[in-house]
Design a protein around this ligand. Structure first.
Ligand SMILES: *Cc1c(COP(=O)(O)O)cnc(C)c1O
Ligand SMILES: [Zn+2]
Length: 559
C-alpha cells in the first residue's frame, strides 16, 4: 500500500452489531444486514508497514491530519483544515501535587481554532461533506459543535443551520452566528432540539449531521488517543515506544470523545503500538447523569432524563441512547468508572484549576476535574496511575457589538409535550418569529473573580447582555451609558462604595427607575439597613459560594 496515495480506497465500514463489512458509503444511515445505526470505519491495515508509517507521521506537521492514513477522507484536496489537533499534553504540577498524583497530564484541547475539541470533529466531518459535494447542513448542538462546524463550514462554503437548546449560553450562539451560521434557538431540551432539527432537515431536504452516529466524528476523536500515546511515550519512555495511560478522563454528554478515544487505543493495540487499553473515567453533571445512574444500577440501557437540572448546557444530553451501551461495554471489558459532579463542584474546580495550573476552562471541562477529585478521594485512581484528562474546552467571550440584534431566531416549545407535534407548515412559520430580547445587566463588584463567576452563571442561563465594573465610578458611568434593566452592586468598595452608587442613581431621573440588587458579604448595621430601605429591590448575603439559588433570586428581579 502506498501510504501517500490517499486517492486509493482503503477505508470501509463495519457494523458494530453484526460485524458485516460494507464499502464506504456516506449516505448510509444503518447496516443493510441488521439495521444497526452505529457503523465503524475499518482500514486496510494488512499491508501497512508500521515502523515506516511512524517515521512518516513524525515528519509531518503536528496536527491531526498527520494520521491521515487512518482517517476516512479519500482525497487530500477535500481537507478543510486550520491546523487543529496536535494539542500539547501538559504535565500538571500543583494540582497533581495537591491530589497526591505522580503522573497527571492535561490534554489541552482548548488550543483548537474555536477553543474546544469539537474542532477535531469539524475538520474531519466538514472535509467528508466537502468530499460528498454537500453544500448545506443542519446540526443540533449545545454549543461547541455548532461553533466549530460554523467556522469550518465558512471555509468550505457550506451553509449551516445551527439548532441550539435555550440553555446554551448566548455567547456561544452569537459565536456561531458570527461565522455566518443560521442560528435557531429552541426553547426546549437538547433532545427536543435534536428532534426538531431532524424534522427541519427532512422537510427541507437538507443533509443532517448524525452526531455520535457519524463515522467521521468518531474517527476524528480517536486522533486524541494517537497523540496522547505518542506524547506519553516521549515523556515517560524517552520516545522509544508509545504508551497508553492508565486512565483517560472526560466530561461526557453524547459520549463521542471517549468512544473515539477508545477506538484509537484499540487500533494502536492491534498495531502493537501500545500494550494496554486505558480505563475510562466518565464524568457527568449531577443534574443530567443518565449514564452514571444506569451504571450504578448495573444496567446496560440508560433511562433518559427528560428535564436536565444543570446550567452546564454542554453536558445536557438527557438521552445517551446507544452511546452509553458502547461505553458500558468498554468499562466492563477494560475497566473504568462513571461519576457525577454538581454544578457547584464544577465551579469550585474551575477556580482550583485556574489557580493551581493556570488553566481556565469552560464548565463542561470543570466537571471532569471535579470528577477527577472525586475519583482520587474515593481511591479509584491511585497515586502512581498515569492519568490523562481531556481539557475539552476554553472559556470564551465573544465580541458583542459586531452583530446587531437580529442574529438569532427563536422557537418556543415550552408547554408542549415531550415530542413536539409540529404542523407541517408550523416549523417554518415558527422560525419566522424572530425574538431577540436581550436583557442588559450591569454588575458592580470589586472582586473580579466573583464578578466573573456571576457573569458566567448568568450567561449560562440565557441571553443576558452583561457588563462589569470593578468600582463605583466606572459602575455609574456604565449605568448612565447603557441604561440597563438591572443593576447588581456590592456595598464595600474602595472610594465610591455601593451606598454612593445607590444615592447617585436615586437622585437621577432616568437611573432612579432601574431596579437594584445589593450583594454583600457584610453584616449590615441597623443604620445601614435603614439607609437601603426603600431604595433597593433585594439584599443578598453572599456566602463563600455563588450558587444556583442565588442566581434564581437575581434573575427574578428582572423586570
Ligand atoms: C462536547 C463536549 C463535551 C462532551 O463530549 P462528548 O464526548 O460528546 O460527550 C465535553 N466538554 C466540552 C467542552 C465539549 O464541547
Ligand atoms: Zn449489522
Amino acid at each position: 500500500m502506498n501510504l501517500n496515495n490517499l486517492e486509493r480506497q482503503r477505508v470501509g465500514l463495519e457494523c458494530t452489531n453484526c460485524h458485516t463489512r460494507i464499502p464506504l458509503d456516506r449516505s448510509l444511515t444503518g447496516c443493510p444486514a441488521c439495521g444497526e445505526s452505529l457503523l465503524e470505519a475499518v482500514y486496510d491495515f494488512g499491508q501497512m508497514d508500521i515502523p515506516v508509517w511512524l517515521s512518516q507521521v513524525k515528519n509531518r506537521r503536528p496536527n491531526l491530519w498527520r494520521y491521515r492514513e487512518v482517517l476516512p477522507i479519500a482525497s487530500a484536496h477535500n481537507i478543510v483544515s486550520m491546523g487543529e489537533g496536535g494539542t500539547p499534553l501538559i504535565k500538571s504540577h500543583a494540582l497533581a501535587a495537591s491530589l497526591g498524583l505522580k503522573h497527571l497530564y492535561i490534554k489541552d484541547e482548548r488550543q483548537g481554532p474555536t477553543g474546544s475539541f469539537k474542532d477535531r470533529q469539524a475538520t474531519v466531518a466538514i472535509s467528508a461533506l466537502k468530499e460528498m459535494g454537500v453544500d448545506e447542513l443542519v446540526v443540533a448542538s449545545t454549543g461547541n459543535v455548532a461553533i466549530a462546524y460554523a467556522a469550518y463550514c465558512a471555509r468550505a462554503g457550506i451553509k449551516l443551520w445551527a439548532f441550539f437548546p435555550s440553555l446554551t449560553p448566548g455567547d456561544k450562539m452569537r459565536e456561531a452566528a458570527l461565522y455566518g451560521a443560521e442560528v435557531i434557538k429552541i426553547t426546549g431540551t437538547y433532545d427536543q432540539t435534536k428532534e426538531l432539527a431532524a424534522r427541519f432537515a427532512q422537510t427541507k431536504g437538507i443533509f443532517l449531521d448524525r452526531g455520535i452516529k457519524s463515522v467521521a466524528a468518531i474517527e476524528a476523536m480517536k486522533t486524541m488517543a494517537y497523540e496522547i500515546a505518542d506524547d506519553l511515550g516521549a515523556e515517560l519512555l524517552g520516545g522509544e515506544r508509545w504508551l497508553a495511560p492508565d486512565w483517560f478522563l472526560q466530561g461526557v454528554s453524547g459520549g463521542m470523545g471517549p468512544i473515539g478515544v477508545g477506538k484509537g487505543f484499540r487500533e494502536m493495540l492491534n498495531f502493537g503500538l501500545v500494550d494496554q487499553m486505558p480505563r475510562m473515567g466518565l464524568v457527568q453533571s449531577a443534574g443530567c447523569a443518565p449514564m452514571v445512574e444506569a451504571f450504578r444500577r448495573g444496567q446496560r440501557i440508560a433511562t433518559p432524563i427528560d428535564n436536565p437540572q444543570t446550567i452546564i448546557a454542554t453536558l445536557a444530553t438527557g438521552n445517551p441512547g446507544r452511546a452509553y451501551e458502547v461505553l458500558y461495554d468498554y468499562v466492563r471489558r477494560h475497566g473504568g468508572y462513571f461519576t457525577a459532579a454538581t454544578d457547584e463542584d464544577a465551579f469550585t474546580a474551575t477556580l482550583i484549576l485556574a489557580r493551581t495550573d493556570g488553566i481556565s476552562v469552560e464548565p463542561a471541562t470543570a466537571v471532569t476535574f471535579a470528577g477527577l477529585i472525586n475519583m482520587v478521594r474515593e481511591r479509584v485512581i491511585k497515586p502512581d496511575d498515569i492519568v490523562v484528562v481531556n481539557c475539552s474546552g476554553h472559556t470564551m467571550s465573544v465580541e458583542k457589538h459586531v452583530l446587531g440584534d437580529q442574529w438569532q431566531h427563536s422557537v418556543d416549545l415550552s408547554g408542549q409535550d415531550k415530542t413536539p407535534a409540529l404542523p407541517e407548515e408550523g416549523l417554518l412559520s415558527a422560525l419566522e418569529q424572530v425574538e431577540a430580547q436581550v436583557r442588559r445587566i450591569v454588575i458592580i463588584e470589586d472582586n473580579v473573580d466573583a464578578a466573573r463567576l456571576i457573569q458566567r452563571i448568568l450567561q449560562a442561563r440565557g441571553s443576558y447582555d452583561i457588563h462589569l465594573a470593578h468600582d463605583g465610578v466606572a459602575g455609574i458611568q456604565l449605568i448612565r451609558d447603557l441604561m440597563p434593566d438591572l443593576v447588581v452592586t456590592d456595598l464595600m468598595m474602595p472610594d465610591v462604595d455601593g451606598f454612593a452608587v445607590i444615592d447617585t442613581m436615586k437622585s437621577d431621573k432616568l437611573m432612579a427607575r432601574i431596579p437594584i440588587v445589593v450583594v454583600t458579604a457584610k453584616d449590615l448595621t441597623p443604620k445601614e439597613k435603614a439607609r437601603l430601605s426603600g431604595q433597593i429591590e433585594m439584599l443578598l448575603q453572599k456566602g463563600s459560594f455563588i450558587d444556583e439559588e442565588f442566581i434564581e433570586s437575581l434573575v427574578s428581579k428582572l423586570p
